[in-house]
Design a protein around this ligand. Structure first.
Ligand SMILES: [Zn+2]
Length: 280
């Protein structure tokens, strides 16, 4: 049954939890668990399928591994805690968007949003603009940082190991230990967002606020060791997972003018990193 949430009066009394799943997965869940899962009409023009279960049915649904795995991190039987992923000062948190061509980046966005139904994987929410059109979540890249074995050599390689679709609120939690926390927001709103993100993280992980603050301090301490390191970024994970084939991986013109280079088809180097190569 397809329900238009704007017409469905019962939904006012039935809080729904939306599952960030692809259309394919949505179809599977709908056919396998018709009494638990409901489909909502995609009214936003982006054609994402919204599938939801009611809060009252969550207990039953969580007992089913297939549904449990599809639930946003917050609602799983074994809740996935948010682990802060600090970005050192000289590593761009938005490298993929900044350096790749629009075409390459749109392919990545399309794949990730398709996999998670255009919703935030962490809280399951969607955000809409004034016209009711869904604002696609942001992409958060997770990198594995490998500094040079000799700590006096201030360069390193970071390897892309995952992408997560997250809403602005959830992205703030991940960035709390960064050199530029809440970097995705306008400068004037970052300070208030920082404090809001602390309570958001405390709620998500079920931690008291002082535990969150201790975790931020520890993350910052770890990150500062890498703040003066210049990073090359290995993005071969994108082609290995089929998210972006290597022949479609291209830098944008603006990035080329800013002196970014794609080395061996999968490592993004910037001018500063190349300077260290010549110096060595
Ligand atoms: Zn979220």
């Amino acid at each position: 049954m397809i329900v238009d949430p704007t017409q469905d009066r019962s939904s006012q009394y039935l809080p729904m939890i939306f599952l960030p799943v692809s259309k394919k997965k949505a179809a599977l869940l709908l056919s396998a668990y018709p009494t638990l899962v409901r489909e909502y009409a995609a009214t936003d023009g982006r054609r994402f399928t919204s599938v939801g279960i009611s809060e009252s049915q969550l207990k039953t649904a969580s007992g089913i591994a297939e549904i449990d795995r599809s639930l946003p991190w917050r609602y799983r039987t074994k809740r996935i805690p948010v682990k802060m992923t600090p970005t050192p000062a000289m590593a761009s948190p938005t490298l993929l968007a900044d350096a790749l061509s629009n075409q390459s980046y749109s392919m990545i966005l399309g794949r990730i949003h398709g996999l998670y139904g255009g919703r935030c994987q962490v809280c399951g929410s969607d955000h809409r603009n004034r016209n009711g059109r869904r604002i696609a979540p942001r992409l958060m890249a997770t990198w594995n940082y490998q500094p040079h074995a000799n700590s006096s050599v201030k360069k390193g390689l970071r390897e892309l190991i995952g992408l997560t679709a997250v809403c602005n609120d959830c992205l703030s939690m991940f960035s709390l230990g960064d050199a530029r926390p809440c970097y995705h927001l306008a400068k004037e709103s970052r300070k208030s967002e920082f404090h809001r993100a602390i309570s958001h993280l405390s709620q998500h992980n079920g931690w008291p606020v002082d535990k969150v603050q201790a975790a931020i301090t520890a993350t910052r301490r770890q990150r500062r060791r890498w703040d003066d390191v210049i990073w090359a970024s290995d993005i071969s994970w994108l082609s290995k997972t089929g998210i972006l084939p290597s022949e479609q991986t291209q830098l944008g013109l603006r990035a080329i003018h800013q002196d970014y280079t794609l080395w061996k088809g999968s490592v993004i180097l910037d001018r500063t990193f190349r300077a260290t190569l010549t110096a060595a």
